[in-house]
Ligand binder design. Structure first.
Ligand SMILES: Cc1cc2nc3c(=O)[nH]c(=O)nc-3n(C[C@H](O)[C@H](O)[C@H](O)COP(=O)(O)O)c2cc1C
Length: 181
């Protein structure tokens, strides 16, 4: 069966992240993203694709910092709140009933309930179609202890993945993986 070309993202199961930023006045903003990926080991780079109208981009352009909070399945219910287009400087973390925690290196807060987080400093932005691809250099990384399956292996069954629109891959319990050294 052929699909409309613009439906292509349905073929990719993508991890959901909540990106936190701050305005120039230091007010936090949070928004979910799923067009995102690791980019490089050395230097450690991460990238995501952002609509140019998003407050997330405005804030990153203000102060060049962001935190990538990897979402667990338990945050699925909060997605509709986090993706709501609240007025600028209206803090979605508060609306979603989540908890801000101080990040180690950057100013934007991280989300305590997240499975893990990457603290990033803006490396570059590239125009990509009707989105902007933001690349950040990772300056600190952490994993919430509840999300380890065994030493060094994340419990992927607990992570939230996005297929498209309101569709999430909610049951990856059967996902099989091997530890490769
Ligand atoms: C699961 C999920 C994934 C999303 N992925 C993206 C994405 O990759 N890029 C994007 O620009 N918007 C994405 N959105 C939409 C933004 O999160 C939404 O428009 C949000 O209001 C932007 O917030 P901001 O203006 O505070 O930055 C996604 C929404 C959801 C619920």
């Amino acid at each position: 069966m052929e699909l409309e070309v613009k439906a292509y993202p349905k073929l990719f199961v993508r991890p959901v992240v909540i990106i936190t930023t701050v305005s120039e006045r230091g007010i936090a903003n949070a928004a979910p993203f799923s067009f995102n990926s690791p980019v490089s080991f050395e230097p450690p780079l991460y990238g995501f694709s952002c609509d140019p109208m998003h407050d997330t981009l405005k804030n990153i352009r203000e102060n060049s910092e962001f935190v990538v909070n990897v979402a667990g399945k338990d945050l699925g219910e909060q997605m509709h709140v986090l993706e709501t287009d609240y007025p600028y400087e209206d803090n979605e973390i508060v609306h979603a009933g989540l908890t801000e925690e101080k990040a180690k290196v950057v100013t934007p807060p991280r989300i305590k309930e997240a499975a893990g987080w990457l603290e990033c400093k803006l490396e570059k932005e590239i125009e990509a179609g009707n989105h902007i691809w933001i690349t950040g250099k990772i300056v600190a990384v952490g994993v919430n202890d509840e999300f380890w399956k065994e030493e060094g292996v994340i419990d992927v069954a607990k992570l939230l993945c996005h297929v498209g629109g309101e569709f999430f891959a909610v049951d990856m319990k059967e996902a099989k993986y091997k530890r490769v050294k």
